[in-house]
Every structure is written in C-alpha cells, then in structure tokens.
Design a protein around this ligand. Sequence first.
Ligand code: HEC
Length: 143
Amino acid sequence: MKRLRWLLRPLSPSPSLSLALLIGACAPAAPVAPPPAGTGPTLGQLADAGEKVFARACASCHGETGQGITGPPVIGQNAHLELFNTAQGLLDYVGGLMPLYTPGSLPKEEYVQIVAFLLLQNKYAAAGAAFDSNKLSQISLAR
Ligand code: HEC
C-alpha cells in the first residue's frame, strides 16, 4: 500500500518547499570556494546540469519541483529517497528503471547529474561539496 500514499494527497507542492525554492531563486549566489585542483565538479555544478535533465526527462511525471504527479514525489517532505539507502542505490534505481517507459535511455553522466540535483534539493549535501560519483555509496539517504 505504500505506493498509494502519494496518490491520496493533494497535488500541490508543500508550502515549505515552494518557499525554499523561492528563497533559493532570489538569494544572491553564495560565494562557494572552488574545489581543490584535481577534484571533480561540486555537487552544485552537477545539480545545475541535473535540473535541466530532470525538467526534460522526469518532470512530466514527477512534477517540475519534484512534487509528484503520476509518479511519486522525489523532492520535499513527501519524497522517500531513504528507501534507496544511499545515493548509489538511488542512482542504480533511476539509471535502471527511469524514465518509466524508456529506462536506461539517458547517458550515465546525466543520471549522475540528476542524482546530484535530487541530493541537493532534498538537502542531503551542500552545493559547494565536492562530488565524487565513485563514492555515492558513502552518501546515506537516511532521514
Ligand atoms: C512516464 C512517467 C515517468 C517518468 C518520465 C519518470 N518517472 Fe520516475 N516514476 C514513475 C512512476 C509511476 C514511479 C513509481 C514506480 C513504482 O512505484 O514502481 C516512479 C518512481 C520513481 C522513483 C522512486 C520514488 C519512490 O518513492 O519510490 C524515483 C526516484 C524516480 N521515479 C525518479 C525519476 C527520474 C529521475 C526520472 C527522469 C530520469 C523519472 N523518474 C522519470 C513515473 C515516471
């Protein structure tokens, strides 16, 4: 029955999420120290790219703000990413089963970007954090 819970709630995004997005959109860009030379891009950089991929490939079912439409919420307090235990588990699920009717159709790097976007939006990590796609199993999704 777990799958039905999100169908039974109103379709509007949570007020706190809307507010967070609004504040995020209006806030001046925070100065973020670039990662040390030799390390990869920051979570925020990947998430920026992931936001565009999400809008193109996922938002039709999961909503522009990830609030859920025909697919369950993936951003905000109604999202249950903790089901995947770690960011690697989330990547495996999304990369293997999403988008629903064309699973695995995106390049691997785009799936990583989407995971970065979901991690940032769900506040599992900060935008300035270094992001190593080989260490996703170390990022816990526990709430
Ligand atoms: C055609 C509609 C559709 C598209 C497009 C789609 N999804 Fe889904 N997604 C679903 C449905 C329906 C489920 C629920 C599947 C289930 O419970 O077995 C789901 C489940 C999920 C879940 C698990 C959520 C949970 O709480 O169980 C995640 C994460 C997810 N999708 C991410 C994505 C991402 C990222 C994309 C874009 C790459 C995407 N989806 C594209 C319909 C879609």
